[in-house]
Design a protein around this ligand. Structure first.
Ligand SMILES: [Zn+2]
Length: 239
């Protein structure tokens, strides 16, 4: 799943607070449980028999994904606020996601709270990944510029204390030389628009992993979950 901003109102790249809440409820009801991207890649997903994996990804490090209120508590309307509240009554659905940060904007906004946020994400077992330095289309850049975008973000994420093994490609676009990606990463995420193949599926290419956009409409969340419920699409189920 690919989320961007969590907002009061639903919009093209925004998921509304109320819909994000109902997303969690529906995933849970349908037997999905969150796993990290790394566990999905390594086929070491910690799933009870009968459960299906879901990898949450959040792009652009928007403050609505993780925000503290002035009293120091987590904003109950930001993504991790909604989710950590949900996890209190659903302990088998813990906050576990990959955040594709833009270091130029700071992780989740240029605030003094960054170290605390990063420590909390680490405690939850979340991952941080590259979304490059400045979110440009990598196909339009020279190889030197691509290298700067990739290595700069990798250095920053390492400095934040996380393993930058994966990248969410801005606009889903690869550089002209895909070898530049594999030099820094072992997984690359696209922007749309369908579920990623199961571990062990020979069609799975870790450097081109599709995602489902966290929106309504064509090939969005409801579209795919409806397909699953109608028996037209079968997700991986843990043995
Ligand atoms: Zn983005």
């Amino acid at each position: 799943m690919e989320y961007h901003k969590i907002a009061k109102q639903e919009a093209r790249w925004d998921r509304s607070i109320s819909r994000f809440k109902s997303d969690l409820e529906r995933y849970y009801r349908m037997g999905f449980r969150p796993v990290t991207l790394k566990a999905y890649l390594d086929d070491t997903m910690d799933l009870a028999p009968g459960a299906s994996p879901i990898v949450f990804t959040f792009d652009d490090s928007h403050p609505s994904q993780f925000r503290y209120l002035e009293d120091g508590s987590i904003d109950p309307d930001c993504a991790v606020g909604i989710w950590s509240e949900f996890a209190k009554s659903h302990p088998d659905f813990p906050v576990r996601a990959s955040f594709y940060v833009l270091p130029s904007a700071g992780p989740f906004g240029p605030t003094a709270d960054a170290p605390r946020k990063l420590a909390q994400l680490k405690e939850w077992g979340c991952e941080l990944g590259s979304h490059t330095l400045t979110h440009r289309s990598l196909a339009k850049l020279s190889s030197a510029e691509v290298e700067k975008e990739l290595s700069g973000a990798v250095a920053k994420i390492t400095e934040y204390g996380f393993d930058p093994f994966s990248i969410a490609l801005p606009y889903g676009i690869s550089p002209k030389d895909p070898g530049q990606l594999t030099k820094h990463h072992r997984a690359a995420l696209l922007v749309g628009a369908n579920p990623a193949p199961a571990p062990g599926d020979p069609k799975r290419n870790p450097m081109r992993l599709p995602r489902i956009q966290g929106i309504e409409g064509d090939f969005g969340i409801s579209y795919w979950l409806d397909q699953v419920e109608a028996g037209k699409f079968k997700p991986y189920v843990a043995p």
